[in-house]
Design a protein around this ligand. Structure first.
Ligand code: NAD
Length: 293
């Protein structure tokens, strides 16, 4: 039976993952370690919070003593906790480095000390930087353009160094932009929807030419779970969907869904840093039977 420590499990993606994990009869314990920043909410866990196999720990991944005490009781780690919003990273990069880089180091070092059997580090395709054409492969160079992406790229390297140096069974997932229920309304899709249904205006940066891939949060969680079960230590897994949209195309869809028109859109100058296009080759993951962990 597996005992899984999930960091950031009260956040958007982490809470979906926790609910998913608790559907497995092979999992005897799920512990959520979450600092409950502005982005973390216990309510995101819904009924999972009442599951007797779930323990919620309010704490920081930088707290080495706490992390050590939890690690000793688990067999696997899925690491979602991070500062995750690009715009905030433009003015508070230090917080991103602390949580995303040093936090990952604290967890990975502790996981090594406690013989963790699988450590899944959850990352983003933004580490590849802007891709003008084609799509990034897992072994492509990292060219992060914004502080958030730089902190995530650094954390990927930190996590993988624990595989190279100490043999910690680390896998890294890199997904595109997630969307779905419980996303904090600072990210574009929930932000636009909540504004449009209140009759407020939304802002489109530059010409709206920036291309992003949208991945439903449940699809990302399915990929992360598969990597937890079957991922090969030391490997990186790109996770994406087929839906590439420019900012303008996404705005048009959301306007139509919310019954609004282009009068609701304010055109503003582009952001200080805005990568033109993210794209990575989609990895085909096949379920194998019986499933291994
Ligand atoms: P989120 O901001 O919704 O949730 C982050 C969670 O981490 C929150 O619950 C927060 O309280 C917690 N947290 C933050 N700092 C902490 C700390 N020091 N100690 C303990 N907990 C802390 O983020 P999300 O959108 O759910 O993203 C989860 C992970 O997936 C992140 O690592 C992010 O980089 C990655 N990711 C997100 C997306 C996306 O589109 N949202 C895409 C690719 C990768």
């Amino acid at each position: 039976m597996h005992k899984v420590l999930v960091t950031g499990g009260a956040g958007f993606i982490g809470s979906h993952f926790v609910r998913r994990l608790l559907r497995s009869t092979e999992v005897s314990r799920v512990t959520v370690l979450d600092a409950l920043t502005y982005a973390g909410h216990i309510e995101n866990l819904g009924e999972a919070f009442l599951d007797p196999r779930l323990e919620f720990v309010h704490g920081n991944i930088l707290d080495r003593a706490l992390v050590d005490s939890l690690m000793a009781r688990h067999t696997a780690v899925v690491h979602f906790a991070a500062e995750s919003h690009v715009d905030r990273s433009l003015s508070a990069a230090g917080d991103f480095l602390m949580t995303n880089v040093l936090g990952t180091q604290t967890l990975a070092a502790s996981a090594g000390r406690h013989g963790i059997e699988k450590f899944v580090h959850v990352s983003t395709d933004e580490v590849y930087g802007s891709i003008a054409q084609g799509s990034a492969r897992e072994d492509d160079p990292l060219r992060p353009g914004v502080p958030y992406a730089a902190a995530k790229a650094s954390s990927d390297l930190v996590a993988l160094s624990h595989f190279q140096t100490y043999g910690l069974p680390v896998c890294v997932t890199r997904s595109s932009n997630n969307y779905g229920p419980h996303q904090f309304p600072e990210k574009v899709i929930p932000l636009f929807i909540t504004r449009l249904i209140k009759g407020e205006k939304v802002t489109l940066h530059g010409q709206g030419e920036h291309v992003r891939n949208g991945l439903h949060v449940e699809d990302n969680c399915a990929g992360v779970e598969l990597v937890l079960r079957e991922g090969k230590p030391g490997e990186i897994y790109n996770l994406a969907d087929g839906t590439d949209l420019t900012g303008r195309e996404l705005t048009a869809k959301l306007l139509a869904l919310c019954g609004a028109d282009w009068d609701s859109v304010l055109h503003v100058p582009d952001r200080q840093a805005n990568d033109l296009r993210y794209a990575h080759r989609r990895r085909r993951l096949h379920h194998q039977s019986p499933r291994r962990w």
